[in-house]
Design a protein around this ligand. Structure first.
Ligand code: PLP
Length: 395
């Protein structure tokens, strides 16, 4: 046999394992230290009651022959597609049910979608960004071009910055992980126009859309005219409703998206029906409940809680005169490290002097160096205490 040699081109991912190792070492040397973790992007609030009771009812369905479910449709149950369709309709985005594919989260679909695109495509990836886009393309051996985010462009690179670089597959993540920056409608319209002009496809990751509270900002690329001809959207209930461990997401592949006569929707359906056997019935019932009036009201409270944490972090940085993006409309705060360009040194300093754990920007790409990410997914009292400690060491 031979192997896929592209895998040998992957860099080891040291980010979270190095953080964990450093924290372990510090704890063993300082057993009484109260370490506050503001690094990892996992949620801390439990599933909301509407979801729990829907899942409990679904478990009962599975216990009776009349309501038991075996294999479901690979692309999801109609009841959940209908709930997602209703959610998009409220944003003013009409969808057909067959455009909505239910999956086990955005990470899988973001990686798997690459099956249906040629390996000769040039891929455009913002830097810094969620590292999965880079690694999944390296696995296929595609050429990657990075577009740099920086304080100058607000970590929102635009097509004009590409000069003559050509891109066939364009990743956009808004609200962005790690920077928390959110594209405006006018900015997304420029990307849509670029994609249409160059016959490119935009892979739009809206995993954090539920954190957008500013009504003028888009939460879906399909709010932009013409996007259905050139974009695919990936979303997830992980951060929206605490499904990081429960696993459910959805991908929207418009019927209008074509390459010549070939329907991208049909290719994705073929891929999914061949390689995927659907998300469990119980989880899909839980996901359906997220979109009920009761579910939406309950998850909104949790999102407000996280955004409240983000506000506390942001106002502390304001007080300290530290530049940052995010914090509004996003659970991440991305700060410019004062007087240094070494994000691992800043990590070590915060751990040593304040027992706070964050994420060094270098872990999200070369342009992330000199920056640092705080996540707002922690518990309120811990966030408050961490920010008090930060003020003491940085004032
Ligand atoms: N996209 C972004 C930008 C993320 O930050 C994450 C998770 O952290 C994901 C996708 C993956 O989410 P899921 O849990 O749905 O696989």
């Amino acid at each position: 046999m031979t192997i896929n040699n592209n895998y040998l081109n992957l860099k080891d991912s040291y980010l979270f394992s190095t953080i964990a190792k450093k924290v372990r070492e510090y704890s063993s040397q300082n057993p009484n230290a109260k370490i506050i973790r503001m690094g990892i992007g996992d949620v801390t609030r439990p599933l909301v009651p509407a979801v729990i009771s829907a899942m409990q009812n679904a478990v009962v369905d599975m216990s009776k022959a009349e309501t038991f479910k075996g294999y479901g449709d690979e692309q999801g149950y109609g009841f959940l597609q209908t709930a997602v369709k209703g959610y998009y309709a409220k944003k003013g985005v009409p969808l057909e049910l067959n455009e909505i594919f239910i999956g086990d989260g955005a990470k899988s679909d973001l990686g798997n979608i690459l099956d249906i695109f040629g390996t000769e495509n040039a891929v455009l990836i913002p830097d810094p960004v969620y590292p999965v886009y880079v690694d999944t393309n390296i696995m296929h051996g595609r050429k990657i071009v990075f577009m740099n985010g920086n304080l100058g462009n607000g970590f929102l690179p635009m097509p004009i910055e590409l000069n003559k670089t050509k891109a066939d597959i364009i990743y956009l993540c808004s609200p962005n992980n790690p920077t928390g920056a959110v594209y405006t409608k006018a900015q997304l319209a420029e990307w849509v126009s670029y994609a249409k002009k160059h016959n490119a496809v935009i892979l739009f990751d809206s995993a954090y859309e539920a954190f957008v509270t500013d009504k003028t900002l888009p939460t879906s690329i399909f709010e932009i005219k013409g996007a259905a001809d050139c974009a695919i959207e990936f979303c997830s209930l992980s951060k929206t409703a605490g499904f990081t461990g429960t696993r459910c997401g959805y991908t929207v592949v418009p019927n209008a998206l074509k390459n010549g006569d070939i329907s991208i929707n049909k290719l994705w359906l073929r891929r999914q029906t061949t390689k995927f056997n659907g998300v469990s019935y119980v989880v899909q019932r839980g996901a359906e409940a997220v979109f009920s009036d009761e579910g939406l009201a309950q998850i909104t409270k949790d999102i407000e809680y996280y955004l409240g944490n983000a506000k506390i972090i942001a106002s502390t940085l304001d007080e300290l005169g530290i530049a940052y993006t995010g914090g509004n409309n996003s659970p991440y705060i991305w700060l410019k490290i004062p007087n240094s360009n070494d994000s691992w040194a800043f990590f070590d300093m915060l751990l040593e002097k304040a027992q706070i754990v964050g994420t060094p920007g270098a872990g999200f790409g070369a342009s992330g160096e000199g920056h640092f990410r705080f996540s707002a997914f922690g518990q309120r009292e811990n966030v408050i205490e961490a920010m008090e400690r930060l003020k003491q060491i940085l004032k």
